[in-house]
Design a protein around this ligand. Sequence first.
Ligand SMILES: Cc1ncc(COP(=O)(O)O)c(C=O)c1O
Length: 711
Amino acid sequence: MITSEFDQANLAQSGFTENSGAASLPDVDYLTKLANELFSALPCDGSRLGIGTSAASGGAVSPLAGLGHSGVTGIAPQAVGLPGELELRQLFAPRQPSFESVPDSLDTGSVLGNTPSAPGLPSSFAGLDKSVLSGIFPHDFGLPGAAELQQLLVSRIPSGSNIPGSVDAGSVSGIPSAQDVTVEAQASAEKSADASFSPQVFETELQKLFAANPTSDGSISGLTVSTATPGLASSFANLDASLIAGLSPEVYGLPGEAELLKFFTPFSTPSGSTPESAGSGSSFYFLDELKNGGFNAPGLASAHPPFDVHAVRRDFPILQERVNGYPLAWLDNAATTQKPQVVIDRVSYFYEHENSNIHRAAHELAARATDAYEKSRDTVAHFLNASSSEEIIFVRGTTEGINLIAKSWGQQNLVAGDEIIITWLEHHANIVPWQQLCELTGARLRVVPVDDSGQVLLGEYQKLLSSRTKLVSFTHVSNALGTVTPAQEIIAMAHRVGARVLLDAAQSVSHLQVDVQALDCDWCVFSGHKIFGPTGIGAVYGKAELLESMPPWQGGGNMIDDVTFEKTTFQPAPARFEAGTGNIADAVGLGAALEYLTKIGIQNVARYEHELLVYGMEALKSIQGLRLIGTATEKASVLSFVLAGHSNQDIGVALNKVGIAVRTGHHCAQPILRRFGLESTVRPSLAFYNTYEEIDRLVTTVKQIQSGKIV
Ligand SMILES: Cc1ncc(COP(=O)(O)O)c(C=O)c1O
């Protein structure tokens, strides 16, 4: 008999129904049969119970198959004050999607190695009848119960709104509240008061079961008998502890103590890995703190580190992938980032429940879609600290955003003799549109040089600034070198000569706080896919009065106020710049990504990543023949390098063989690579879900490539 046949109908036929009274309890033979079938379905390793395995019916091996006549199946859980399968499901089942909270890092499903896509219980519980399973109580297996789990979770929620895990434990879906537990206990106690269904009846049944155990002295050989945890009320307390000591959580497909401990152990810097500072006298936010003793910098709650990187990783399903048999190490974050489950779910939810075109209909779904889209605009505004949502335009990404400004503001405002300043660090997306604009208008493109570390030379920049300068457009973080440019100073210097400033935040938003008001940039652009959101969506921030003065750059639906054949009038910003049907679903997904990142806390991300970056730089530097490209003190995410005697392409291919994804090539930033005499580099790039272990794998593999062990 297979377990799926072991259903309610089967029980009902046998005269046994859930919650039936003692009068309708099945007899010992029936219970024995039931017990054997139950345990034959569980992934038991007989050694755990100290009893030999024996063949169960259907060829399954059950360590309890030989137990003979007893009535384990009659031990109805609720009757003895135990939580039932439902509670266990809630504790250990994969998280249900929730867009309002971020319980992702508490995804207990990940502890079990469950994929979120697996519906229901993917463990050996699947198919078993709940009346059979419901007596399994976490406390009795040395596992924390709902209350302890909740306590654990609550105790590790750091103060401050930007902390991950700033999860309201009470609102974490799937975890019963203390109140629920109390109600449950009360209900159980009431039930137990019914003498016909008393705990004793079931304890007797249990004892009968184990009395048949061949270990005649009643103990289970080779196993430590654990008594009930002090202070924890166990309904099994009256039982001979030896009877239950062998029931380990793993036997039931539950996570064991070690797994739970791992799950709840906060992130810690691996021993011996406290990174050295990349440079001295740094003004950068993290280097000095590192020198002064590592991660527990002042201002951070040392008892409650910002996040557990392993918990965070469980939020990203793709990080569980294996490539060529190895766990995927995604070190290509500067090209694009991976997406957390909340983003995937949010986009799916949109198509399942909200999909409609926006702004122009009276029906319900148009209202839902419009609300979702506009809410996302609010989220972007909030994320960048814009002063209003009207300052946010949805575009396809950074490239489209820069082109929008070039075609709209640029064509309207630039004339021959004007100058546009960019830096040597720019991505092609922040070079080509300006070259095109210069060709069209007769304006001139000027380029600020960088020093040998890859940092912008502010003195040279100052020399280029003049009354001819109409625009300064520069990257906040270089995608090829990782340099963090002194944005505040560059912007202030440009404003002093009356120039407008565009900040390309494509590489910075996912690593650093970007506050457009504090920076005082005139525009800021970024791409959703580089900040854990979908592809094909991004945003332009523009100061309100500036956007109002800018003409539309594309014409069509959505952006008009009124159309006649003689004349068209346009919507105010931002609609004026969103001609046609935009990428509505992905705009909504972008909002979810920003909410997710906000809950983790960009400051926490910045600190963790920077530590990881410094660690990676130090480790790579130690490899003979390796040259790091981009060594500015102010750096984020990027670890570009070349290795003497090896082509970058070959290194990328070799790394891929062991599951490590890095970018090789010119990274759409040829001028800056040529500044260093190169046409390409190998470019690992980090995000907050990367680990020290991944850096170690990278470094080990590069060493093997270098020594010829891998080709
Ligand atoms: C600094 C920088 N700017 C602009 C872009 C262009 O972004 P997208 O291709 O998403 O439009 C990139 C992409 O790598 C980038 O790194």
